[in-house]
Design a protein around this ligand. Structure first.
Ligand SMILES: C[S@@+](CC[C@H](N)C(=O)[O-])C[C@H]1O[C@@H](n2cnc3c(N)ncnc32)[C@H](O)[C@@H]1O
Length: 467
């Protein structure tokens, strides 16, 4: 995002990263594993998750990551300065002094080109969440056990909803919140809904807070999705008129239209030269990737592409179809803009504002992914495939693994989990087959072979295999 806005952030391959309140390092450790030339530091107040993180780091033998037990309110000047500071799930759930200390730390410890990523609960949807929280807190008074508290709180919410007439707005609001809470583990609900502090903020309040620490708003960490009102002509016209051209006010007005409840905001040092419109030349510093695959087109002369989740896009623009085809063939690897520029130009896409707008539209639709570094993923299945040691460690611990692309892969199937563990780089296809048949003797050889090939392809496309 910083590159798109004309800034020059420190290269991912050689940077220092701090994660505040990193918990058990589930975000930090896989990054440290994938980016060995960079240094990662994390801290958290809670001892147990920190100890778990330290044990995992020791087992993996990583030397570029440290996770410490520490209170953010204590001195942190021994940690040095950082190109990237991350604080996820922290700002809205901590008391005012802690929130303030976080932004103060960003102001002190960010390098000149540094970027902070802060997620927080936003208003107006935060109001609804506060209401739900207040109702649950009332009900749990006198109950000590967290799980019982959560059960009692949810039961009360259900009682209130069902006491209201059908199609009543209040009932629907509570039912929607209950749907949000239902899939969560009670521990997560206990932390998120019943914690001591909960302070959603308006976007403008957050930006003002950041300004007090000499920090400026860059953008959100991800582009708004295709359904966002920012792309609607009528909304844009109103917001532009009502904001007097103030970008921050525009975003706040849009948050009311969006009924926004969550932000992942990027901050930079005040005074950074942020280009608000995407600069076309910034694409020269980016890599492009796409996991879209060709599918049957409906209109003659068009080509169709589909994402793993089923989203389709049909286009007859020769540059777009050529681009998606070329990128799809190399996924999970990426190509630099320079590598595809001649092909795009031949098909009528040059890097002017129209060309840049087209590329951004593809990124918004998630048909392409913009990256700023070459992720060390295997471009194909090698003779002795090696899954990342981090993913193999996770496969032993639970039903998911983090890829080198930093995405989470569900490992519901026991065979995939077993295969992942066996892919330590020492086995060729025959060795992997032998390991799988020893673990699943009841399976027919042919079926096992077919499953092995499918899973290998799946894990390679998911970015779990190392280059
Ligand atoms: C919701 S969890 C988020 C953890 C992690 N960032 C994540 O997204 O999974 C909030 C974390 O903040 C930590 N925390 C709360 N107050 C803190 C403080 N004063 N200093 C450091 N960590 C703190 C808690 O221990 C907890 O791990």
């Amino acid at each position: 995002m910083a590159i798109l806005h004309g800034l020059a952030p420190t290269a991912i391959e050689r940077c220092r990263v701090l994660e505040v309140a990193c918990g058990d390092g589930a975000n930090l450790i896989p990054m440290a594993y994938a980016i060995p030339g960079s240094e990662f530091v994390g801290f958290d107040l809670a001892r147990l998750p920190v100890e778990r993180a330290q044990a995992r780091i020791a087992e993996l033998g990583l030397k570029n990551v440290r996770i410490l037990e520490r209170d953010i309110l204590s001195r942190c000047d021994d940690l040095g300065r950082f190109d990237y500071i991350i604080a996820h799930g922290f700002y809205a759930w901590t008391p005012a002094a802690v929130r303030d200390r976080l932004l103060q730390l960003c102001g002190e410890a960010l390098t000149a080109d540094g970027i902070a990523f802060i997620s927080y609960n936003a208003k107006p949807a935060g109001h609804v969440r506060s209401m739900i929280r207040e109702m649950m807190l009332q009900r749990v008074e006198g109950i000590d056990d967290l799980r019982q508290q959560v059960a009692a709180g949810i039961e009360f919410l259900r009682f209130v909803a069902e006491s209201r007439p059908q199609q009543d707005v209040y009932r629907e609001l509570i039912e929607k919140e209950l749907k949000r809470l239902e899939p969560h583990d009670p521990g997560v609900t206990g932390h998120d809904e019943l914690s001591e502090a909960y302070e959603p903020v308006q976007f403008t309040e957050f930006v003002q807070h950041a300004r007090r620490h000499e920090l400026a708003y860059l953008d959100e960490a991800v582009l708004p999705p295709p359904t966002d009102p920012v792309y609607r002509e009528d909304v844009r016209r109103f917001v532009d008129g009502a904001s007097g051209g103030d970008f921050i006010k525009q975003e706040q007005l849009l948050d009311f239209v969006r009924m926004r409840g969550f932000r992942e905001t990027l901050l930079v040092r005040a005074g950074s030269k942020i280009e608000r419109d995407v600069s076309p030349q910034s694409f020269r510093r980016l890599l492009l990737a796409s996991q879209a695959t060709p599918a049957a087109a409906e209109k003659p002369g068009s080509r169709s592409f589909v994402l793993p989740g089923g989203v389709r896009m049909e286009s007859n623009h020769p540059a777009i179809t050529a681009l998606l085809e070329k990128l799809g063939n190399v996924w999970p690897s990426a190509l630099s803009f320079q590598e595809i520029e001649p092909m795009l130009a031949e098909n009528g896409l040059i890097l002017d504002s129209d060309g840049a707008a087209l590329l951004i539209r593809l990124a918004v639709a998630q048909m392409i992914e913009l990256r700023s570094w070459h992720i060390p993923v295997a471009p194909a299945i090698s003779e002795r495939p090696k899954a990342s040691a981090y993913a193999r460690q996770e496969a032993r611990m639970h039903g998911f693994a983090t890829s080198l692309l930093h995405t989470r892969i569900a490992l519901e199937d026991e065979k995939t989990r077993h295969l992942l563990e066996a892919m330590d780089g020492s086995r060729d296809r025959g060795g992997l087959f032998a390991a799988m048949s020893a673990a699943f003797p009841e399976m027919a050889a042919e079926e096992l072979q077919k499953g092995l090939e499918q899973s290998l392809r799946l894990l390679q496309r998911a970015g779990v295999l190392e280059a």
